[in-house]
Design a protein around this ligand. Structure first.
Ligand code: NAG
Ligand code: NAG
Length: 171
């Protein structure tokens, strides 16, 4: 009896831990195209991409690029493509940026002339209450999240399955 309720609470703890993990999401910027200078006739690709997704504070974005860089800057710096004092800079070719808060984030390429040619992006990260108050659309938008970032979502599909399997062994 005692060990049964122990198992139950262990399972509950495990589920809670894993569910909070499942709730975070990694988006690949630009999907398969990655982080590149957009074609001249389609310079809005990154803002279009960002507005098709719903981002929350616990989510992150992954930038994949070659001979380029990514910076987080202020709104003013974004507008002017000013890369002199970024608050975040990376040029590793594979950068994960974790939001950590709601609000608006501005990203630009630090490579010469790339930002001017449209390699920049505004990301709006929703507050927690904003995310839940828009629940009538949540089914549609979660489908969109999965479709637009299938690479990132794959592991989150399998985690609940694994937890479920583990839980049924315990119980
Ligand atoms: C941009 O130009 C390319 C090549 O000329 C073309 O295939 C593509 O459809 C154009 N895209 C837009 C959005 O006009
Ligand atoms: C670029 O940004 C920095 C810091 O915000 C500022 O000091 C500088 O004057 C800006 N340069 C231009 C050309 O706007």
């Amino acid at each position: 009896m005692a060990s049964n309720s122990m198992n139950f609470f262990t399972t509950l703890l495990l589920l809670t831990t894993c569910l909070s993990y499942v709730a975070s999401f990694e988006f690949q910027v630009g999907d398969t195209k990655g982080w590149v200078v957009p074609p001249a006739n389609d310079t809005r690709i990154y803002n279009d991409w960002a507005s098709e997704n719903r981002f929350r504070a616990e989510d992150s974005v992954r930038f994949r690029y070659k001979k380029d860089s990514v910076m987080e800057v202020t709104e003013e710096e974004y507008k002017r493509c000013n890369s002199t004092q970024p608050s975040f800079f990376s040029n590793t070719g594979n950068t994960v940026f974790h939001f950590g808060r709601s609000g608006t984030f501005y990203f630009i390429s630090g490579a010469n002339g790339h930002c001017e040619r449209g390699q920049r992006m505004i990301v709006k990260v929703m507050a927690q209450d904003e995310a839940s108050s828009t629940s009538p659309n949540s089914e549609k938008s979660s489908a969109a999240r999965i479709r637009t970032s299938s690479l990132g979502s794959l592991k989150f599909v399998f985690t609940p399955l694994a937890v479920w399997g583990f839980a049924s062994i315990l119980l």
